[in-house]
Design a protein around this ligand. Structure first.
Ligand code: ATP
Length: 236
């Protein structure tokens, strides 16, 4: 079954149209990547889903038309968005950040279990559980941002360039943990990433954006075998 479907989505900032026709679909339980050069519209596609930019076209989540909903309405339906730049709350401790992610949940026992699970998954967060988020390294803040989004118990996790600004080995660690999170929880994901090698370690398929349009979709296997993709995104 299809969880999220975009058909010919357009989006603009004021009068400037940035998305010209983006189509993609995320199967239930699947993980899909969005690849593309700087400025291709990857971040804007995620913002269109989350209701942060004005959009046209069709955006369906669990067969419900969600285009035009406000960000908090989209979140309440089960879509958690980790924006570029993370957005953790620096003055709050790691534990408090996680609890902020869970603030709408009533299942308090499961909330505690999820915190325990996440700090097992990300041992760095366990070590720093009582420290303010501002004291964390870039990689740890990314791990916290992903964890906080997971604490909302979403059906779909949207990640905007989790590797941004991280040293290669740290980015690898973050992706390894994201992979485990996916395998263990079965959560669906939509992941924007410049680094296709990292993206392909988590996603089953990906869509390529060029100047605001989706121009190619394929399984990771197919895309790895595509010469143009290898040249543009895999450093081949
Ligand atoms: P990057 O990897 O650089 O973030 P991207 O593929 O995510 O690239 P977007 O951030 O979606 O691309 O940007 C697409 C286009 O929209 C770019 O030309 C960008 O300059 C423009 N744009 C982005 N944000 C705004 C904004 N708030 N107002 C006006 N134009 C914007």
């Amino acid at each position: 079954m299809t969880l999220l479907e975009l058909v010919d989505v357009t989006a603009s900032y004021g009068r400037v149209q940035v998305l010209e026709g983006v189509s993609l679909s995320v199967p239930d339980g699947g993980a899909v990547g969005i690849l593309g050069a700087n400025g291709a519209g990857k971040t804007t596609t995620l913002r269109a889903i989350s209701g942060v930019v004005r959009t046209g076209g069709t955006i369906r989540f669990q067969d419900k038309d969600i285009r035009g909903l406000r960000p908090e309405q989209v979140a309440a339906l089960g879509i958690a968005h980790v924006p570029e730049g993370r957005g953790t709350l620096g003055n709050l401790t790691v534990r408090e950040n996680l609890m902020v992610g869970a603030y709408l949940r009533k299942d308090k026992k499961k909330v505690t279990q999820d915190v325990d699970y996440l700090i097992e998954l990300f041992p760095n967060l366990k070590r720093r559980i009582g420290q303010p988020a501002s004291a964390l390294s870039g990689g740890e803040q990314q791990m916290l941002a992903v964890s906080r989004a997971f604490m909302a118990s979403p059906t779909l996790l949207i990640l905007d360039e989790p590797s941004l600004g991280l040293a290669p080995s740290t980015a690898r660690d973050v992706y390894d943990a994201i992979s485990r999170l996916r395998a263990e929880s079965g959560i669906s994901m939509l992941v924007v990433e410049q680094n296709a090698t990292l993206a392909f370690s988590v996603v089953d398929s990906a869509v390529v954006l060029e100047t605001g349009r989706s121009v190619l979709t394929g399984t990771t296997e197919e895309l790895r075998g595509d010469d143009a993709i290898r040249k543009a995104y895999l450093g081949a």
